[in-house]
Write a protein that binds this ligand. Sequence first.
Ligand SMILES: Cc1ncc(COP(=O)(O)O)c(C=O)c1O
Length: 379
Amino acid sequence: MGFCTDAIHVGQEPDPSTGAVVAPIYQTSTYVQQALGNNKGFDYARTAHPNRKALERTIAKLEGGAAAYVFTSGMAGIDSVLRLLRPGDHAIFSQSVYGGVYRLSTQFLVQFGMEFSFIDTSCVEKVRQALRPSTKMIYVETPTNPTMIVSDIAAIAELVREKKLTMVVDNTFLSPYLQQPLALGAHIVVHSMTKYLNGHSDCVGGAVILARKEDAEKIFFLQRSAGAGLAPMDCFLVSRGIKTLAVRMERHNANGMAVAKFLEAHPKVKRVIYPGLASHPQHAVAKKQQRGFGGMLSFDVGSLEASRSVLNNVKLCSLAESLGGVETLISLPALMTHASIPPDVRLSIGITEGLIRLSIGIEDVEDIIADLDRALAAV
Ligand SMILES: Cc1ncc(COP(=O)(O)O)c(C=O)c1O
């Protein structure tokens, strides 16, 4: 079946006991056993429950994985993946990886003897040069948040195969509709489902999708043992959101491109970073490995004074963290999502105080553009 059909039907079969087209929310902590050890596949909701199983089947199918596990947040899922590392292991991350991943690794995991390097993964040669005998994992975010740097997944996967490493890709910005890292050679995909997979800004969740059964067993062990599996109501919300993923992403693509072109032509904008523009340094790679360019872009207005003015003057665009919802969100990464990164490191990776991030929603694009135009006029 095609992607859109799978997104609507896999894991979402009618409820066998009632015929309900939409599976009920199993809001129960425990399941009765007919006799000792004789249950219907579920015993305690920390370990598993029907809504979680259903969502995990859908996501595994859409990303082309052997298995998927869903967590209470993107960070909870990423934490489980990083627990695959052992003391003494070294991991390479994309330079401007999500701030929470930077914080978790440099402020917490280092105390267990793991080592981390943050490098420009858009250059495979730099990835090769950063390898150490102890390197076990390469963790790529593509495009990166918020600098929209694109890394060549297939090229890094080749290096990973040669060196027998594990490759993780954060696919949050594009969703499996626009990019499928496992098909390009990655071993593990992570998502903040809070974003496009849910798509309606009404739940926090994460997903880990595994190509290899042995990784899947370890992640399932961590999910049920540490207890960060996603609750029934949140699984229901993400399952509902995923049914419209394909149509939402098409609209995000179209609106993203229109807003990028508008901003690129605007005299008050110094730079627009959108992989769909020919001016983007990795436009060719994005075109090769993505089915579309999505709804995320960043643009630089040159100073904190100017960016503050834009943020204070928009009306339709909501000043808020997060991304991937149906509504347009605007943010200032340097002072919001990436504030935990030391200022010198932040600047060295291009996150200036004038850099504004847009998560372009699926409203009428003329309205989004008019709102930005008005706000830029006040700069
Ligand atoms: C690219 C990316 N990965 C991971 C995360 C973490 O996800 P969550 O906030 O659901 O824990 C985020 C959050 O913004 C993100 O943008």
